[in-house]
Ligand binder design. Structure first.
Ligand code: TA6
Length: 288
């Protein structure tokens, strides 16, 4: 009998599976409630919600814009709107050891004046798995009754906490073309891993399904798994000078964050009436 089998025979029955849970907070001063998905091992986040300011942190949903032509209006209205909490039977039923929540943002007449005359349904399912994996699936449907198509861009604007930006590496980008938004040029990534020593704002094009964020101090790898609907990866850190210009960004916080965003932002997605687009990203973390 091998040592491995001997130890498993004395280990007793396996520990019961601890399931992620979901709960609702009380109503806030705008009448809204928050939904908290938690996993027994931890994993919580905090964010301040002061509409119409977007939340700095977490995973804001960028829709229907990412940049406009003049770079003036960034990231669209979806991230600052109040979404409806719903139960969406059109999503596949999740397995019992996952906690999930469904949200809906739809069109009311005269809403969203910077994207007028478009009726849409924007649906989001967030699933927390037993090992802390976080899966987000978005569905965008054109429900225009005037026969018109519409076009949009999209991103999961994910903020990640890292121990030290100087000890952070992004893996999976070598050989890819990227647009550099700091000097409006296009380059090809030559480095085997992306490191940080100054402000960086780039969109990598035609990226693979998995991109990893390696935290050398924490000895942790976060993997972003994404589907083909999200061909780009945006990487952003404002560094010292730019962070100082952003009012809700702590002066030193650029040292402990990185945005790595699965996106469809390089070209627009066009939907005809009744067509639907879906995009999934899953985040998982592993220590090594
Ligand atoms: O996604 C990267 C980026 O567009 C950067 O250019 C930077 O401006 C950042 O997002 C912050 O955007 P926000 O609108 O959240 O302040």
């Amino acid at each position: 009998m091998s040592a491995e089998t001997a130890s498993s025979s004395t280990a007793g029955p396996p520990a019961p599976v601890q399931r992620p849970t979901r709960r609702f907070t009380g109503r806030n001063n705008r009448g809204g409630r928050s939904v908290i998905l938690s996993q027994p091992g931890g994993y919580s986040t905090e964010a301040v919600y002061r509409p119409p300011q977007p939340i700095r942190g977490g995973i804001p949903i960028c829709f229907p814009k990412f940049f406009d032509e003049e770079f003036l209006e960034k990231h669209g209205f979806a991230r600052t709107e109040v979404w409806i909490l719903t139960h969406d039977t059109a999503f596949p039923p999740p397995t019992p050891d996952h906690a999930y929540v469904d949200f809906l943002l739809d069109h009311k007449p005269d809403d969203f004046q910077d994207w007028p005359n478009h009726k849409f349904e924007l649906r989001l399912r967030v699933i927390l798995g037993p090992t802390g994996d976080l899966t987000m699936t978005t569905r965008v449907k054109n429900v225009n009754t005037n026969g018109e198509p519409f076009a949009f861009k999209f991103a999961y604007h994910s903020y990640f906490s890292v121990s030290n930006i100087l000890a952070t590496r992004i893996e999976g980008l070598q050989g890819l073309d990227y647009r550099d938004y700091l000097n409006h040029n296009q380059f090809t990534e030559e480095a085997d891993v992306l490191t940080f020593e100054e402000e960086l704002d780039r969109a990598y094009l035609n990226t693979p399904d998995e991109i990893r964020i390696r935290d050398l101090e924490l000895r942790r790898v976060i993997t972003i798994h994404k589907d083909d609907s999200l061909p780009e990866i945006v990487v952003w850190n404002p560094w010292e000078d730019d962070a100082g210009l952003i009012s809700d960004f702590g002066y030193e916080e650029y040292k402990e964050m990185i945005c790595v965003e699965a996106a469809a932002m390089d070209s627009e997605i066009t939907l005809n009436p009744n067509e639907e687009w879906t995009a999934t990203q899953r985040l998982s973390a592993k220590e090594y």
